[in-house]
Design a protein around this ligand. Structure first.
Ligand SMILES: *Cc1c(COP(=O)(O)O)cnc(C)c1O
Length: 389
């Protein structure tokens, strides 16, 4: 037996974000307690029928059984291009500016391999979706954090980034609508980002996983709408949250053709693309986007209103997110993220995610996901009112 020791890059990774909460949740379930899980960002609703039917049909066709390779199904790239034009009024060339992904996480984590050299710095929001950091480390890069604080509407303060860091900064991750804070940005902010990136020669990686989950008439902009956006940015889109397809693994990257091409080059060395049948399901998804998204948004918006209004009626001060299915909730005085999450689990049998798990700037918050139905949300609010005092 040889001695197995994992690589320095793996040793560098922090412990998995949800280990402790997962353990506590499992224990509570094993004890037979009725847990309301607001912890996970995974839609509870099934993938729509029309998508499943498209997949079934594609499954029966032997042409779809072979290696898809990375360029992806032309019809899928066409469907994305058409949808993008309608949604953002941006023309993307299906051949050179769109790349299917095995879920957007895959592209988000692989992109640093395409553009970073050892010692380069990646500007990463804090709190954030964890692959921004791990993807950077795997590529030999260093992470510099950009704190997202309420005072600045959970937007990074670009002026606060020091010269020493800027000098070595190669990429910047931007994520709006934001996980975990639920914050949104306007087009002007994206214009600032593009201007900043042009000035300092930084590649912008926009994570748009929640771009379609918007409420109250708000519509998230794409950085591709901004003048110069296509010169500096690659944007990552996902079908996971929009179409309740987290398990299917499908998304796409789009934007600057050199960035798209370099990501494709990385991918051609590590995977062989998205199963064709799933890409056909993706075609059906985008072709039926309008009808599907309206009903989906209505459901999340009702849940959001029930939860936020319910908590605020008890004297809490929770902001109603304009997008995403997360409520970013400040913990009461004398609690930390961890002790409050623990109290909610122990006294109310409610699972939430402690904000500090997403980074130090998330301390003082918990994240509640709107991924249970209205009856359960009512029950959650009721329990908090009765048992937490
Ligand atoms: C869920 C999520 C993703 C990606 O999901 P995929 O299923 O890999 O497409 C990307 N970014 C954020 C911030 C997310 O929350």
């Amino acid at each position: 037996m040889i001695k197995i020791e994992c690589s320095e890059r793996l040793k560098k990774l922090p412990p998995y974000l949800f280990v402790e909460i997962d353990r506590a949740k499992k224990k509570a379930r094993d004890e037979g307690r009725d847990i309301i899980d607001l912890g996970i960002g995974d839609p509870d609703m099934p993938t729509p029928r029309f998508i499943i039917e498209a997949m079934k049909k594609a499954l029966a066709d032997p042409r779809n059984h072979r290696y898809p390779l990375d360029a992806g199904l032309p019809e899928f790239r066409q469907a994305i291009s058409k949808w993008f034009k309608k949604r953002f009024e941006v023309d993307l060339d299906p051949a050179s500016e769109i790349l299917p992904l095995i879920g957007s996480k895959e592209g988000i984590a692989h992109m640093p391999l395409a553009v970073m050299n050892p010692g380069d710095i990646s500007l990463v929001p804090d709190p954030c979706y964890p692959p921004y950091k791990s993807g950077t480390w795997f590529a030999g890069g260093e992470v510099a954090l950009m704190p997202l604080v309420e005072n600045n509407h959970f937007l990074p303060d670009l002026k606060a980034i020091s010269h020493n860091i800027l000098h070595k900064a190669r990429i910047m991750y931007i994520n709006y609508p934001n996980n975990p804070t639920g914050a949104v940005c306007d087009k002007r902010f994206l214009e600032h980002v593009v201007e900043f990136a042009l000035k300092h020669n930084i590649v912008v990686l926009c994570d748009a996983a929640y771009s379609e989950m918007c409420y109250d008439g708000y519509k998230a902009p794409s950085i591709m709408e901004v003048k110069g956006g296509r010169d500096v940015a690659i944007e990552f889109h996902s079908l996971s949250k929009t179409f309740n397809m987290t398990g299917w693994r499908i998304g796409f990257a789009c934007g600057n053709k050199h960035l798209v091409e370099s990501l494709a080059k990385v991918k051609s060395n590590v995977d062989s693309g998205v199963f064709f049948a799933i890409q056909w399901a993706g075609v059906a998804a985008f072709e039926n986007y309008d009808k599907h998204i309206r009903t989906t948004i209505k459901i999340y918006q009702e849940r959001r209103d029930l939860l936020v209004d319910g908590l605020n009626k008890m004297g809490w001060n929770v902001v109603k997110p304009k997008a995403t299915f997360y409520v970013w909730c400040k913990v009461p005085p004398r609690y930390t993220s961890a002790t409050f999450a623990k109290a909610l689990l122990e006294k109310c049998d409610i699972v939430v995610t402690p904000g500090n798990g997403f980074g130090a700037s998330g301390e003082g918050y918990v994240r509640m996901a709107l991924t249970v139905d209205k009856r359960r949300i009512r029950e959650a609010v009721d329990r908090i009112g009765k048992r937490l005092g």
